[in-house]
Design a protein around this ligand. Structure first.
Ligand SMILES: Nc1ncnc2c1ncn2[C@@H]1O[C@H](COP(=O)(O)OP(=O)(O)O)[C@@H](O)[C@H]1O
Ligand SMILES: [Mg+2]
Length: 260
């Protein structure tokens, strides 16, 4: 649970970590990721309580040392952290912006992602709701999972691009070409192994989608069962669900056009 609080007149955030049980959903996603060699989508362990707090505090410290715009840790307690205000919700900013403003925000976020990656940083879940915007800079929050526990750095950075692309795609339903062009520009600057992972994973997902198509009804049932597991979701699960829904909606994986 996360709630805004005020300390000495300054806005801050109290984050309390609940229990970390998502074994079923994580097991299912792990199986799918293994089966289809979607290494960058392998789910990191989802811990709860003090273990989750420790991961988040450590990751915030690492990212800050790498010069990434993340909030300060102001205090900590049993299964809880107090962190500084990092800006408005990027999601809200995207929703409220016009097309030109949205393009500026997305381009700024992709530049921030690429720049952080060039310093060796990685995020895990850089979805619009885990990004912030203070009017000048894109910031990053929410680090209670650490992808490096289950993959290497290039895979973790590839995962960031896949997550980000998935997260912003819904704002570009009418202008996918525009998002593709911006993504191509930003991703052109990142290291070759990262680009190759993004390409490989998105390519394998296309094959998975074709397999699902042949399976027909049972594939829908699988999508539904993943949806049920969504109750205990990680963004990784959401992403697979989202890709399934994207595919089942019109028989095409529009999102993948971004990476090909
Ligand atoms: N430091 C922060 N600065 C600004 N907004 C924050 C901050 N921490 C949390 N929030 C807000 O609270 C929401 C939930 O926080 P988050 O750390 O993403 O927790 P969860 O693990 O529940 O997703 C975010 O989407 C954001 O809107
Ligand atoms: Mg979050």
């Amino acid at each position: 649970m996360v709630e805004p609080i005020v300390i000495d007149g300054q806005r801050a955030w109290l984050k309390q970590y609940g229990k970390g049980s998502r074994a079923m959903a994580l097991g299912l996603l792990n199986f799918v990721a293994h089966r289809f060699q979607l290494d960058a989508l392998r789910p990191p362990p989802h811990r709860g309580g003090d273990a989750a707090r420790e991961v988040e505090a450590r990751r915030l410290g690492e990212l800050q040392a790498q010069g990434v715009n993340v909030p300060d840790v102001i205090g900590s307690g049993h299964a809880a952290l107090v962190i500084g205000e990092n800006g408005s919700s990027f999601n809200t900013c995207l929703r409220e912006a016009d097309d030109a403003g949205r393009d500026r925000l997305v381009m700024a976020a992709m530049r921030a992602l690429a720049e952080a990656h060039s310093r060796g940083a990685y995020f895990g879940q850089p979805l619009p709701r885990n990004l912030t915007w203070d009017g000048e800079r894109v910031g990053f929050i929410d680090f209670e999972e650490d992808p490096l526990e289950v993959m290497d750095l290039a895979e973790a950075q590839a995962r960031d691009w896949l997550m980000f692309g998935y997260g912003v795609a819904k704002y570009y339903a009418d202008r996918p070409d525009c998002l593709q062009a911006m993504m191509a520009e930003a991703i052109g600057t990142v290291q070759a192994p990262v680009r190759e992972h993004v390409h490989a994973v998105s390519g394998r997902l296309q094959r998975l989608a074709r397999v699902c198509m042949k399976l027909g009804r049972s594939a829908r049932t699988l999508a539904h069962s993943i949806f049920i597991a969504h109750g205990a979701t990680t963004m990784g699960v959401l992403m697979v669900v989202g890709l399934c829904m994207d595919f089942f909606a019109d028989g095409e994986l529009d999102i993948l056009q971004l990476f090909c």
